[in-house]
Design a protein around this ligand. Structure first.
Ligand code: ASP
Length: 260
């Protein structure tokens, strides 16, 4: 969005805009068929088959599946306005696809004497949820819901998007840091608290079925990083300036892998 005054473009408009960009921007186009793979097609058919079995003459049953779980473990059934989510079984196989999020921080050289400011950025890309209705918009591209960055922190989310939109999850983390934890000296704990309250509080809501499954990654302007989830697992990793990398699947709180 460096080449337009707008912060969000969608649909055909963004495609037309992308075609006007010079080659050095590096936007590539592919025909629709390029995005269709056998594995994903099979996954969609599996969920549709379950949906039609579940329907049994009812019109108001809809099933869809989170991308980061393998079929058919994470299925959401919407029936008579209720939303029921099966606890995802986190299988250690190669069936993890879909949503990818990143957060990044540029910290200026201290010798620049304040002439440069720290900069934070967040980006989230998703295939949405399998068997979602066409033209459904999830949280990932919605600024504030699945993706958000300001001068304090950058946040990227994954999970059942409707819930992340309802509680404007990524923005919620940023605003807790600003309004609630601005006096905290320990900025790392402030970030952890803000993330925990959203992942295990706001997203859960007062829904009797436990609210929205998912998680998020967050980075603040001092370089503190924290990731948490309210589902079984979420692949995440972080890289320090010196090249050290940490990779994780489970929450910090769940020290032991219970499925291994
Ligand atoms: N949040 C995405 C959506 O609801 C799905 C995901 O993160 O797996 O579209």
């Amino acid at each position: 969005m460096e080449r337009t005054p707008h912060v969000m473009l969608i649909g055909k408009g963004v495609e037309d805009f992308a075609k006007t960009l010079p080659p050095e921007v590096g936007v590539k186009f592919q025909p629709d068929g390029y995005f269709c793979t056998e594995r994903r097609w099979t996954q969609l058919e599996d969920v549709r088959e379950m949906e039609s079995r579940q329907k049994q003459g009812k019109d108001n049953v809809m099933m869809f599946q989170l991308d980061h779980a393998s079929a058919p473990s994470t299925v959401v059934t919407i029936e008579r306005g209720a939303s029921k989510e099966c606890e995802p079984k986190y299988e250690h196989d190669s069936h993890k696809f879909g949503t990818v999020g990143s957060v990044a921080l540029y910290q200026p050289d201290p010798k620049s004497n304040g002439t440069h400011r720290a900069q934070l950025a967040s980006a989230t890309s998703t295939g949405g949820m399998t068997n979602q209705r066409y033209h459904r918009v999830g949280d990932s591209p919605v600024i504030g819901a699945g993706t958000y960055a300001n001068s304090l922190c950058a946040v990227s989310c994954t999970g059942h998007g409707e819930w992340f939109i309802r509680c404007v999850a990524a923005h919620d983390v940023a605003k807790r840091l600003e309004y609630k934890y601005s006096d905290y000296q320990d900025r790392g704990s402030a970030l952890k608290k803000a993330v925990d309250e959203v992942v295990n509080g706001s997203l859960r809501g007062d829904d009797e079925n436990g609210g929205g499954a998912g998680g998020l990654i967050a980075l603040d302007r001092d370089g503190n990083f924290y990731a948490d989830m309210n589902c079984s697992g979420m692949y995440h990793a972080w890289l320090y300036e010196n090249g050290d990398m940490v990779t994780r699947i489970f929450s910090d709180k769940k020290k032991e892998c219970q499925n291994c």
